[in-house]
Design a protein around this ligand. Sequence first.
Ligand code: UFG
Length: 337
Amino acid sequence: MASRILLTGGAGYIGSHTHVALVEAGHEVVILDSFANARRSVPDRLAQITGRPVQLVEGDVRDEALLTRVLVEQGIEAVVHFAALKAVGESMVRPLDYFDVNVGGLTALLRAMETAGCRRLVFSSSATVYGLPEEIPTPESAPLRAMNPYGQTKIIGEQMLDWLGRSNPDWAIGVLRYFNPAGAHGSGLIGEDPHDTPGNLMPFVAKVATGELERIAVFGADYDTPDGTGVRDYIHVEDLARGHVLSLQSLLDTGQGHLVNLGTGRGYSVLEVIAAYKRASNRHLPYTITERRAGDVPISVARADKAAGLLGFRTEKGLEEMCASSWAWVSTTGAQD
Ligand code: UFG
């Protein structure tokens, strides 16, 4: 059944792909975005992809009065909350901004939802909450440990939601712990588009492929992994977007919350990613092995069976499709933005 959904941060990387997936599933979507880390061209692109006009409210997720007004006036039944700061390194130098936007933003949103009587929420969490995981693949029951302020804000967010749910059983909250999102939409019209030099591997490799950056630094080749480089569970952003649709549908159908990993259950090393991107782009991708990056874990891979059992979520796209869609995006539309 169609529902009216608010996406905070709906013009961002994961938010925009989720917008498409929700509209394709028949939902009515309203985007709230401040464009602090999203391009102005995204709403038009979304309209082009979906063939539907985009309902957009420009504003900050910490603005409780605005959120309340939007929830009430638009008759919103559920919220998917993406709007947050997400750069690990930046969070180490500007921790207060992270607490302000990520924890303050969530608090303002929850208050507005209480006022409006809207108690269905999907929350973007992250595998970063596991810190240095002892068990690989990592189950949802693993202990939580923050390695940086960004991770701490996600743990605090999850805990706030847990206590809120216990305070009032009317709440149904889906907590989604993303592993490493990668790739772009099949249309080539939306994708990851960082304003600055990318801190993450895939967008960095993409910029070396386009010639914008010269060479990849591989952060350490002396980890206890098959080729010595870091291993991650990369998940195609379109699969991830579908995970949100299933999460939302489950909240609306059952009135019950859930907390799940969203990953593939399979890991790839940095060198495997570079090799796959080379095949997809047919470009020379020079790299140098450098020191380890402080705070990096050797391996991060999801145990993926809980989302499969609870939500029927299974990933459909592999690393080749992540690299091919990323390349299609950066070598055409993304580069012109
Ligand atoms: N890496 C490089 N060179 C680079 C960038 C990354 O070798 O220029 C390596 C890293 O050392 C790591 C792998 O590539 O082994 C992936 O690094 P990313 O920065 O792409 O991703 P992370 O796993 O470090 O972090 C990401 C998100 C976080 C999130 C985390 C969840 O950026 O927000 O996944 O596990 F918390």
